[in-house]
Write a protein that binds this ligand. Structure first.
Ligand code: F6P
Length: 324
């Protein structure tokens, strides 16, 4: 391996810059050329490349977003698009790439590797923490800390006004953000796609909570939850069936994707970047770098995108006990 490309793809996540920095600097350390690709697979197709050196990534470890920009690219889903991308990589003399992204980005890498036998390595970067083969994805820790921070603030006003808040968080079709931030922020109920609480049980729980002397409550709702109503409909439903509650809704949205990465995400990204480049040097391809039991592990990318990581049901039990 003489020339490695690195790019970010799909939804951005805090810590992606730390991962880019790590890949670029590991290449420099190992005397390998490194090329950055802007705008993910779209930039690959367009030949939007930039030669990197150790100094190109100064002062980015602390920054959210991605200096390389990111995109969800439709053209790369087509054979024609992938052929264009391959031609651009060959023209530039690139002989392997590291993709920092989530499920969709990895699926593209797998296809590309199959078609062109091109060495690829994945680094999981998404706030959703939904990738098999790693306990943590880059950006998840920052996102849950952002959510906890905001809910602490919502708690202040909820408590002043004796209100019930429904707070919607991201996570696509998994509930990792909701569950972890919910326990961390002391939410009354946590609605996640993996376990449908049901409207009746929600009402019962809210009734019990009022009866037990709580004046305000926070219910976290994962965006992929399957209770059958969105947060605004839930508000109306609860107001209608439990008029004792004054209800408000807060949809946190994309603020969860921004902000300076936590130390945990920076360290994780730095470790994964080193391992990704080293694995390519060892001749490995088509793997994703993950972390399990605080050890870096390689999982075939195909495996990593097969399913989502399972929710920690014990955490749900802890949450139930905590809301006594
Ligand atoms: O995958 C990250 C994520 O933020 C999800 O939690 C969310 O469902 C989705 O991306 C939002 O995508 P977009 O930024 O394209 O609206």
């Amino acid at each position: 391996i003489k020339k490695v490309a690195v790019f970010t793809s799909g939804g951005d996540s805090p810590g992606m810059n730390a991962a880019i920095r790590s890949v670029v600097r590991t290449c420099a350390y190992k005397n390998i050329e490194c090329v950055a690709i802007y705008r993910g697979y779209q930039g690959m197709i367009d030949g939007d490349f930039k030669q990197m050196n150790a100094r190109s990534v100064n002062n980015i470890i602390n920054k959210g977003g991605t200096i390389l920009k990111s995109a969800r690219c439709e053209e790369f889903r087509t054979e024609k698009g992938r052929k264009k991308a391959y031609d651009q990589l060959k023209k530039e003399g690139i002989d392997a790439f590291v993709v920092i992204g989530g499920n969709g980005s990895f699926a593209g890498a797998v296809k590309f590797n199959r078609e062109y036998d091109f060495p690829v390595m994945g680094i999981p970067g998404t706030i959703d923490n939904d990738i098999l083969g790693t306990s943590f994805t880059i950006g998840f820790d920052t996102a849950i800390n952002t959510v906890v921070d905001v809910i602490d603030k919502i708690r202040d006003t909820a408590s002043s006004h004796n209100r019930l808040f429904f707070v919607e968080v991201m996570g696509r079709d998994v509930g990792h953000i909701a569950l972890n931030a919910g326990v961390g922020a002391g939410a009354e109920e946590i609605l996640i796609p993996e376990q449908n609480l049901g409207l009746e049980r929600l009402l019962d729980s809210l009734k019990r909570s009022k009866k037990s002397g709580k004046s305000s409550s926070i219910v976290i709702v994962a965006e992929g939850d399957k209770i059958g109503k969105n947060v605004f409909e839930l508000k109306e439903y609860v107001e209608e069936h439990l008029p004792i509650y004054d209800v408000r809704v807060s949809v946190l949205g994309h603020m969860q994707r921004g902000g300076n990465p936590t130390c945990f995400d920076r360290v994780l990204a730095s470790r994964m970047g080193v391992r990704a480049v080293e694995a390519l040097i060892e001749g490995k391809s088509n793997y994703m770098v993950g972390i399990r039991d605080n050890k870096l592990v390689l999982t075939p990318i195909e495996e990593a995108i097969k399913a989502h990581t399972e929710i920690d049901m014990e955490l749900l039990r802890v949450s139930d006990i905590m809301t006594t």
